[in-house]
Write a protein that binds this ligand. Structure first.
Ligand code: RAM
Length: 485
């Protein structure tokens, strides 16, 4: 824990902006006949219910079940049936006793929702329970409004949903998702920050997050995969090879968009340390493979071999560090030598016959490996195009997260395949729009709508910030004067 760095992060803690929303009703709640309130859009905040009664005095308590859903599909989920490996407690459900009516029931916990399902589980039949109103106190640290962009209504809709996704995840930090995990993760931060530079432009929030990660680095200086900030700031004891390295890229992106050299100089030791520590994971300049879940993230496809992709992430981070050193006039000799060695060693992943990169001892073919090799290396566009083309006939391991899809699109753009990139974005994110998304999801596999790495869909987050990047891609590459800057 570095108190000085955490103190800077503390000074950058934003105020939350409140938006209030009221709905009036006069609805009788009937036993075991759920009533669903549809707030017409996604909100992150606090709910109050105005409840009254009619008939005889309230002679028995009422028992209510309240369920919050970000997506209409969650309304159908039965939480009893979830037995996955991450906690059931993420399911947004409350069981509440009320002893007296009328009452204004104020729920203490912050929820993320569009729909609220209210079920009267038990009451006496001497009185009727009347729902008179529902009030939402919605919170976000963003108050900036941005005009939607796009060449057609689909793109504008994608932008709208992406912007709302980012807005909802902007709280005291950039959260990954306001339903789950409600915390700052590094991989998510990088994509949120990039989108933020082209939309809400809250540079201080990015700066705060960079300081938080630097402040909680462990005793060796390794940046954890995520940070908790409540009740006090503490780094998680989960470390991921790629996430620690993406700290460097996130700092480099921040510098490019702000020119804030002072912050770069302050945080450069943390960035440098990630590259130094990563050396322990190499043998002969090739990343050591592992089958421990989460040693390196890349994507939630559980079959994915991460070795080759990890090498690509390292190369991208190293490029970022070299750029940062150049920006402040620091000697890059050692870094460039390391880069040469690692680039040379990367050739080992190349399969001459197939014309693509393969990963792990079983030489797995995946999009992720090739995407990260394209991003980490600087091959001629023609070579990139060949790789992408060759992959098409090989049924590679798929991508299941918008996070990895983002990098796939970046790789298509880097290969000069701008139209392909745009089409892929419109198809993938457009399918979520057509699925009724108000905000984009943590995970989406168009070929398997039941996909979940957690052993069940009930805990999935349907507002997940790493999926907000169409708002970045549209503005940076696809429209306007930013093209290819
Ligand atoms: C999940 C979170 C988060 C992601 C990690 C790797 O728990 O959804 O967004 O960064 O996994």
């Amino acid at each position: 824990m570095n108190k000085r760095l955490l103190n800077i992060a503390k000074q950058l803690k934003p105020e939350l902006i409140h938006t209030y929303l009221n709905k009036d009703f006069s609805i009788e709640l009937n036993n075991n006949q759920p009533f669903v309130i549809d707030f017409s859009s996604h909100y992150t905040g606090f709910l109050s219910l105005d409840l009254d009664f009619e008939g005889s005095p309230v002679d028995a308590p009422i028992l209510l079940k309240i369920k919050f859903c970000e997506h209409k599909d969650e309304l159908k989920e039965n939480s009893e049936e979830y037995h996955g490996w991450i906690s059931k407690s993420w399911i947004q459900e409350e069981l509440i006793h009320l002893d007296t009516l009328p009452t204004l029931l104020k729920l203490k916990r912050r929820y993320a929702f569009r729909y609220v399902k209210i079920e009267l589980i038990a009451s006496s039949n001497k009185y009727k329970v009347i729902l008179k109103g529902a009030h939402v106190d919605a919170v976000s640290s963003n108050s900036v409004k941005v005009n939607y962009v796009g060449n057609n209504s689909l793109e504008k809709n994608i932008d709208k949903v992406a912007l709302l996704t980012l807005h909802e995840c902007m709280q005291y930090e950039f959260e990954d998702g306001p339903k789950r995990d409600r915390r700052l993760w590094l991989g998510d931060l990088r994509l949120q920050a990039l989108t933020n530079y082209y939309t809400y432009k809250n540079y201080d929030l990015v700066r705060r997050c960079l300081y938080l990660f630097a402040g909680v680095a462990d005793k060796d200086g390794r940046v954890p995969a995520c940070v908790f900030t409540s009740p006090k700031v503490v780094g998680d004891d989960t470390f991921m090879f790629d996430y620690s390295l993406l700290y460097v890229s996130t700092l480099n992106d921040y510098y490019k968009h702000t020119n804030d050299l002072k912050t770069v100089i302050d945080l450069l030791p943390t960035a440098t340390r990630q590259i130094e520590l990563a050396q322990n994971s190499f043998t002969n300049d090739i990343v050591n493979d592992s089958d421990v879940l989460g040693w390196c993230f890349l994507d939630w496809n559980l079959r994915l071999n991460k070795q080759c992709g990890a090498q690509g992430v390292y190369l991208l981070a190293l490029k970022g560090l070299i750029e940062l050193y150049e920006a402040i006039g620091k000697d890059t000799k050692q870094l460039i030598e390391d880069q040469k060695r690692k680039l040379e060693a990367s050739k080992d992943f190349y399969d001459e016959t197939l014309g693509i990169y393969v990963s792990g001892k079983d030489r797995q073919i995946s999009l992720a490996s090739n995407v990260w090799m394209i991003l980490g290396n600087d091959f001629p566009k023609e070579k990139n195009q060949q790789i992408i083309n060759n992959l098409k006939s090989l049924s590679p391991e798929e991508i299941v997260t918008p996070y990895m899809y983002h990098y796939y699109i970046e790789a298509l753009i880097k290969s000069g395949l701008l139209e392909d990139a745009r089409l892929t974005m419109n198809e993938y994110w457009g399918a979520m729009v057509n699925d009724g998304a108000d905000t984009f999801y943590e995970l989406f596999n168009p070929k398997n709508k039941d996909e979940s790495p957690y052993g069940g869909k009930a805990v999935l987050s349907y507002c997940h910030a790493w999926s907000c990047t169409p708002s970045y891609l549209l503005r940076k590459y696809f429209i306007g004067d930013h093209k290819n800057d």
